[in-house]
Design a protein around this ligand. Structure first.
Ligand code: T4K
Length: 393
């Protein structure tokens, strides 16, 4: 790592360019650039196979996919969601004229706390929008029980959960099969990227068809429009890249895992620093590496963030501020800080360390040393000595 080369929280993983050129050649030859072309269809089929899901609808990004997922299930009124996420989660509700109702998160997983959900349900509640934060699965069974009891839909924001599986009855199954719909992101910063991209996972062909109509303006054929759809289509370029990226994802996740293991061992036992526990009943994609910087750590979270930045290490505070603190949300009664103590504390303590396949072991070592050696800045003047005394001395 050169002193002049910043290290960012992530760096997109790309295949060797020469591997992508034949795909580009096919697009140039066919002149089919978008509108469900051959790569789009092949990528959807390959994703179903790779992820172990029934139906995939590709999208231009996860935000439009979330907006469309809510439309497809005709969600209205109020939706219960987490304040501890990227702002797109709640924005997708406002874009549909739906009122977000924030409830607190679980202190271990940092996902929506099922124990808080019931108290937030009103006659206007139609759905729950949880997030598998950092790829850690939500308590899908508890959430489904509540949804069944109150006849609510569940849409998972699974932007972080590419490839994550849960152990169920002794077998491994995709976490994306839970709820009514799940939404993936293939943004450049995600563990699996198509530059920009996203997808909705649906359980049956009819739902997929409705979603596919909605992402194509509502067209069902050349002359018939059945819904107020949007343009959410993924292009052939992104789909072709995704198809190729699938060949490399296993190696990328393995490298991420090795990096996480290294960080954990180098930073083991540092007072006040806590890694999130990984549930043994789920696989991890190592998309993010959050640590919680508690009061026993040598310096505050923000001082550590600043110390790293000054030395070219751009760790990020995902997710600070809380969504509920942004201007378009903070007037909601559910946004009041008193109701969200766990989310508030996590947001004040979290720091996501750089993790991506090209990150070198020496970089991890240096970042860990920078964290281990953090000390409060020495104050310039002794605290008790007034300036006049010093001048007189
Ligand atoms: N739901 C959840 C739970 C999400 O986390 C997200 C997105 C969404 C929904 C919406 O998904 P999309 O509609 O985006 O598909 C980033 C991403 O832009 C965003 O996609 C992501 N979550 C969020 C957690 O992180 P920023 O503002 O932190 O991105 P940025 O540009 O600062 O990138 C972080 C670092 O990554 C840069 O410092 C350098 C590196 N980088 C970034 C890009 C874009 C690169 O090396 N190359 C690149 O092309 O939001």
């Amino acid at each position: 790592m050169s002193a002049h080369q910043p290290i960012y929280v992530t760096q997109p993983d790309l295949p060797p360019l020469e591997e992508f050129l034949p795909y580009l050649q096919q697009i140039w030859d066919s002149r089919v650039l978008t509108n469900s072309g051959p790569f789009h269809q092949r990528f959807e089929a390959a994703l179903c196979e790779h992820l172990g899901v029934k139906h995939v609808s590709l999208f231009t990004n996860a935000t439009i996919a979330l907006v469309t997922a809510l439309q497809s299930l005709r969600i209205t009124g109020e939706v219960i969601t987490t304040p501890y996420s990227f702002v797109a989660t709640a924005h997708s509700l406002l874009w549909n004229g739906i009122k977000p109702v924030f409830v607190d998160i679980d202190p271990v997983t940092l996902n929506l706390d099922p124990a808080q959900i019931e108290a937030a349900i009103t006659p206007q509640t139609t759905a729950i929008l949880p997030v598998h934060c950092y790829g850690t699965p939500c308590d899908v069974q508890a959430i489904q029980r509540i949804a069944d009891d109150y006849n609510l839909k569940v849409i998972y924001d699974a932007a972080h959960a590419f490839g994550v599986q849960r152990q169920e009855d002794g077998e491994w199954h995709s976490v994306l099969n839970h709820g009514d719909l799940s939404v993936l992101s293939f943004h450049a910063t995600k563990v699996f990227n198509t530059f920009e991209g996203g997808a909705i996972i649906s359980p049956d062909a009819k739902t997929k068809q409705r979603i596919d109509h909605l992402k194509n303006f509502g067209f069902v054929n050349e002359t018939t429009v059945v819904a107020t759809g949007i343009n959410g289509k993924m292009s052939e370029f992104n789909a072709a890249l995704g198809l190729l990226q699938l060949q490399h994802i296993a190696k990328a996740v393995a490298r991420r895992q090795a990096i996480e293991t290294r960080y954990r061992s180098l930073l083991a036992g540092v007072p006040g620093l806590r890694f999130l526990e990984r549930p043994s009943t789920a696989t991890a994609n190592h998309s993010y590496l959050p640590v919680l910087v508690g009061p026993e750590f040598a310096v505050s979270r923000d001082a550590l963030y600043q110390r790293l930045r000054e030395r070219g290490v751009m760790a990020r505070r995902y997710f600070y501020p809380l969504i509920s603190d942004f201007p378009m949300y903070r007037g909601l009664s559910s946004a009041h800080p008193a109701g969200l103590p766990v989310a508030r504390q996590a947001s004040a303590q979290v720091l996501c360390l750089p993790i991506y396949p090209a990150l070198e072991d020496a970089d991890v070592q240096r970042i860990a040393e920078l964290i281990r050696s953090a000390r409060p800045e020495a104050s310039f003047l002794p605290a008790a000595a007034p300036v006049t005394t010093l001048l007189a001395a």
